[in-house]
Design a protein around this ligand. Structure first.
Ligand code: ZN
Length: 282
């Protein structure tokens, strides 16, 4: 069963990669005929597109499992998202007795992280997992009613990372019934997660100092599954999912028009607030 699924996923990834390559070649041939780009004579002879030089492979970016989905106020998920057949019930240690569900692929990674954390003396508690569109709608409505206006503290329906089924609030025992704040980052559990989450395919979804990009305050307890390769790259480069999405889409677009992706090798200096507002407009 497991193997079959793996085989199917691999075949799908391969098929997607082939489709991508065929399309890219088609595009290149079209642009090569119409005297564009400053490609050298050697480049024109060679009908292959520019080399793929982005640090993440195109097979992973083709995202056969849909783990790179972006949910925020500018990218709203459908009411029907995700496919309910892909949700499983969480049985890891929880912060409350309420039933929690998660996306299959993300949950498998979560379970592994909880087990291995415990082996290292770190006891994690799952506080919140999948949240449906409808639940988010009610939460948002209640917040607006109680405040008298939308203060932005509760995400609108479709905008929550929790709706992906791959976003998790994870805490330590002493924080199970506390109101969350950034001090959680100082706990042993918070520090362990920041240091090790990428090994299991997780990122800290709402990074410190990136409030102007994500629109959300620093949440050292909210992890999001994106797969090991992507998580490792994002955490090493201090990238939000908004920034990563913009970056890899730029890399794919460059490749499809036969160009190389030339990213700055070093991250840009820390921007002052307001400099990254364009990140919302990709
Ligand atoms: Zn959360």
């Amino acid at each position: 069963m497991m193997d079959m699924k793996k085989v199917c996923t691999m075949m799908l990834a391969a098929a997607l990669a082939l489709t991508g390559a065929a399309q890219a070649e088609e595009l290149f041939e079209f642009s090569a005929g119409s005297a564009v780009t400053g490609s050298s004579a050697q480049g024109a002879e060679n009908t292959a597109a520019a080399d793929w030089n982005y640090p993440i492979s195109r097979e992973i970016l083709a995202d056969p499992d849909g783990v790179l989905v972006l949910a925020n106020k500018d990218h709203l998920l459908e009411k029907s998202y995700p496919d309910p057949s892909k949700l499983v019930t969480a049985t890891v240690r929880k912060a409350s007795s309420s039933k929690m569900q998660a996306r299959d692929v993300a949950y498998a990674a979560l379970e592994k992280m909880f087990t291995e954390a415990e082996a290292q003396g770190i006891r994690l508690y799952l506080k919140s997992a999948y949240r449906s569109y409808r639940t988010q709608e009610v939460m948002h409505y209640n917040r607006v009613q109680s405040m008298g206006y939308d203060d932005g503290m509760v995400q609108a329906a479709g905008a929550s990372d929790h709706q992906t089924g791959m976003g998790f609030d994870i805490v330590s025992k002493s924080w199970t019934d506390r109101k969350m704040n950034r001090d959680f980052a100082k706990t042993e559990e918070g520090q362990w997660m920041a240091a090790h989450c990428a090994e299991y395919g997780f990122i800290i979804r709402y990074l410190d100092g990136k409030e102007d990009v994500t629109g959300i305050y620093y949440e050292p307890w909210h992890l999001r599954y994106v797969g090991v390769e992507v998580a490792t790259y994002m955490m090493a480069n201090n990238l939000t999912l908004e920034e990563f999405t913009e970056e890899y889409q730029r890399a794919l677009a460059a490749y499809e028009s036969g160009e190389s992706w030339d990213a700055p090798l070093e991250p840009e200096p820390v921007p002052t607030f307001g400099d990254e507002t364009d990140a919302f407009t990709f």
